[in-house]
Design a protein around this ligand. Structure first.
Ligand code: GCO
Length: 446
């Protein structure tokens, strides 16, 4: 594979890997931790494909030093991780849990001591169950609890973490959590979903302002999942459908942040399910961003009749059956650059699940390596055309708990044997490592 030679990135570019708390930490009942909505959701029959849960996951709570050493071995500049809110505040309001804070204190200090830049996420979906008992994100009071939590984290860690992201993928929490119900908390109600989306955005804006007002030095922003939406055919129906899906899935989240308003076409489509928005909410949501994180995996193709099935059409797909479509990343970035006045962008997640095989202790995941290389090339193309992107994070460092798919899908560049918790670098990790060595030697020549 000679893709590397076509890749050109600024010397200051940040390379990393990403994980999230619930997917790797385990330690579900560690000292002082409260349950999260994902702990509860996993107990419902039939919702997790392999019947598993996050109780032990990758046991990162115990093995965090080994995992940080892996990051050093890979040669990444940065590590994107998330904090489990119920680990540091069992009920999501009231007293903070010092044992929980100790863990993140050691983890962050461990990164700093190893020369790794910490990129912290406050909410990667594991809301404290106690807040869900009062309506969770549908209840406007959760907004204020989140701001309190954010300010406490920023007060303790803001001097050491490079960046703080409020929410990871609000669309997933709103839509998958409250409309289709395939993710925690498993609610199926469109008007709840719309209200949740609004409260997530509002809590983001208020938290950013509050953290900034208290003098937090970290870069503050949010992470959205994004995909270009293509019509399956040139028919007017398919085109209209694609435009609407772009409105409800992408612009619904992006435009309040950047323009201070919901997109009119998607709003009209809400009908009676439109969220309740109070005076000043939109101004709060539009708080200036130091960065916007983008998680990119695939494109969406929409069709007015049968659902689009990339695999059945013989297109290249990953083990999630998501189409491999690297050019969509270039397209997406160029479109954003053209349509909006953007803050610096970060690619906060990009990666792929494949059904890896272990052969004599090795994993020759050329499919994942090729996926990553082609997406890095697509990123580099957009940057060469003038889009400012400051960082790229591979999803994920480790195989981990892939939500409703449990442990049946492997996204890691490092394999995890869940019986022994042994970590093994896959070929994709070795490739990323040598790519990073090249980047670093170019920097050293300056
Ligand atoms: C997301 C989440 C990750 C997932 C990954 C693969 O982007 O959905 O941030 O937690 O594991 O995306 O589905």
């Amino acid at each position: 594979m000679h893709t590397e030679s076509r890749l050109s990135f600024p010397r200051s570019f940040i390379w990393g890997v990403a994980t999230s708390a619930f997917q790797i930490e385990g330690g579900a009942d560690a000292a002082g931790k409260g349950p999260s909505i994902w702990d509860d959701f996993c107990r419902l029959p039939g919702v997790i494909q392999d019947g598993s849960d996050g109780r032990s996951a990758c046991e990162h709570l115990r093995l965090w030093e080994e995992d940080l050493d892996l990051l050093v071995h890979l040669g990444v500049d940065a590590y994107r991780f998330s904090i489990s809110w119920p680990r540091i505040q069992a009920l999501g309001s009231g007293p903070f849990n010092e044992a929980g804070f100790d863990f993140y204190e050691r983890l962050i200090n461990g990164m700093v001591a190893r020369g790794l830049k910490p990129y912290l996420t406050l909410n990667h979906w594991d809301l404290p169950s106690a807040l869900q008992a009062h309506g969770g994100w549908e209840n406007r009071e959760t907004v204020q609890h989140f701001v309190t939590y954010a300010c406490e984290v920023a007060r303790r860690f803001g001097d050491r973490v490079v960046s703080i992201c409020t929410h990871n993928e609000p669309w997933v929490m709103a839509y998958l959590g409250h409309e289709s119900g395939v993710f925690a908390p498993g609610i199926r109600n469109r008007s709840s979903a719309m209200q949740v989306a609004h409260h997530l955005l509002l809590s983001h804006g208020l938290a950013v302002k509050a953290m900034r007002d208290q003098g937090c030095k970290s870069q503050l922003g949010i992470v959205l999942n994004m995909a270009p939406v293509h019509p399956a055919t040139a028919s007017l129906e398919d085109q209209a459908r694609a435009r609407l899906d772009d409105g409800t899935g992408l612009r619904w989240y992006l435009e309040p942040l950047l323009l201070g308003a919901y997109p009119a076409d998607a709003w009209a489509h809400c009908g009676p399910d439109a969220p309740k928005v109070q005076a000043q909410d939109m101004a709060h949501i539009q708080a200036p961003l130091d960065f916007l994180g983008i998680n990119y995996y695939t494109r969406n193709v929409t069709s007015a009749d049968a659902p689009w099935n990339a695999k059945a059409l013989g297109l290249e797909v990953t083990d999630m059956d998501w189409e491999v479509y690297p050019q969509g990343l270039t397209e997406l970035l160029l479109r954003l650059h053209q349509d909006y006045d953007l803050p610096p962008l970060l690619i906060t997640e990009n990666g792929a699940a494949y059904a890896d095989r272990v052969e004599q202790g090795e994993v020759h995941d050329t499919d994942r390596q090729s996926y990553l290389a082609r997406h890095m090339e697509a990123l580099s193309q957009a940057m060469q055309k003038g889009v400012r992107v400051d960082a790229y994070f591979v999803w994920s460092l480790l195989d981990n708990f892939e939500w409703a798919f449990g442990y049946s899908k492997r996204f890691g560049i490092v394999r995890v044997d869940y019986e022994t918790q042994k970590r093994t670098l896959k070929d994709s990790a070795l490739w990323y490592r040598s790519f990073l060595q090249m980047q670093h030697s170019m920097r050293a020549k300056d």
